[in-house]
Design a protein around this ligand. Structure first.
Ligand SMILES: Nc1ncnc2c1ncn2[C@@H]1O[C@H](COP(=O)(O)OP(=O)(O)O)[C@@H](O)[C@H]1O
Ligand SMILES: [Mg+2]
Length: 284
């Protein structure tokens, strides 16, 4: 659905690249995450893929269209939600959607259904200019799926939202993906990437450092440890045991045999810990 090969982008038309030799492919039906700290080049990449920024160097194919010569037809097939909401302030939420749907040559969704979906019902007749930042973000999000996109580009879809709304947005993303929508999601939030993405690309300083599934990454980079809390002579002891080092495995068995176990947890590396290990950088 998406093919990117040796993509570069410079805002200053020199060798100072915000996107620096990026290549990846996104399969149909996948949720593909672009995970990296602020300034990594995520939004720049999304903006090139969706035709907002002109392609300078590299090959990009989206939904079967070469992005170098964008055809309007491509916009019927994609949806895009941006980091900064760009809704029409003088129109109500509902009018925004009614207006936007007219831009497409394909069947569109009922605006009121979308308004309800993102929890803006009751507010649909208020001018978008009066909406809070979070409400505008939800309207932009709703708008981005009005044309039933085959590929849905989401830039930081839950950033700045209340946890309960963020969780609803995540559910909508999962729901749409179940219907077969391919999703390109950029985020600096490891929880979102971990929960939603089939595969993630780690991006830092315009470069993709690794692409893999969160599950594989945890298996590869996770320390195989069990944390055990147990009573020994009335004293509560907390201890970590490796599940791969023979000696520690035996110790663990002894502890289980002879002590009163209180808790026992496997310790998994988080995506952020793995990100730091791989890139030497954090996610903020
Ligand atoms: N319009 C712009 N003009 C000049 N530099 C920009 C512009 N937009 C982004 N940049 C720079 O490009 C780099 C990547 O930015 P961006 O793609 O927004 O990163 P991310 O989305 O990962 O936070 C950053 O160094 C940023 O300052
Ligand atoms: Mg960004």
């Amino acid at each position: 659905m998406i093919k990117v090969k040796n993509l570069y982008h410079s805002y200053s038309n020199d060798e100072n690249y915000a996107v620096n030799d990026v290549s990846f492919e996104v399969e149909e039906g996948e949720i593909f995450g672009f995970l990296g700290p602020s300034g990594a080049g995520k939004s720049t990449t999304q903006n090139i893929l969706t035709g907002l920024l002109q392609l300078q160097k590299g090959e990009v194919e989206v939904a079967g269209y070469d992005v170098k010569h964008i055809k309007n037809k491509m916009f019927n097939k994609i949806g895009m939600s941006f980091e900064q909401s760009n809704v029409y302030n003088k129109m109500s939420g509902l009018e925004n959607l009614e207006f936007y749907r007219k831009l497409f040559d394909v069947e569109t969704r009922n605006p009121m259904d979308l308004i309800k979906m993102v929890g803006l019902d009751g507010k649909e007749n208020i001018k978008a200019g009066k909406y809070s930042k979070g409400m505008k973000h939800r309207l932009t999000f709703a708008r981005s799926m009005i044309n039933n996109p085959e590929i849905w580009f989401l830039d930081e879809p839950t950033t700045g939202l209340d946890p309960s709304i963020a969780s609803e947005i995540k559910d909508i993303i999962k729901q749409e993906n179940k219907k077969g929508v391919t999703i390109f999601l950029t985020t600096h939030n490891m929880y979102i990437a971990d929960e939603l993405c089939n595969r993630v690309a780690f991006i830092v300083d315009g470069k993709v450092r690794l692409i893999d599934s969160p599950k594989e990454l945890k298996l590869k980079y996770g320390e195989k440890l069990v944390e055990v809390e147990y009573f020994n002579k009335g004293e509560l002891i907390k201890e970590n045991f490796s599940t791969v080092v023979e000696e520690e495995k035996n110790k663990l068995i002894e502890v289980i045999k002879h002590n009163d176990i209180q808790t026992m947890h496997t310790k998994e590396a988080t995506l952020e810990e793995i990100f730091i290990k791989v890139t030497g950088r954090g996610l903020v």
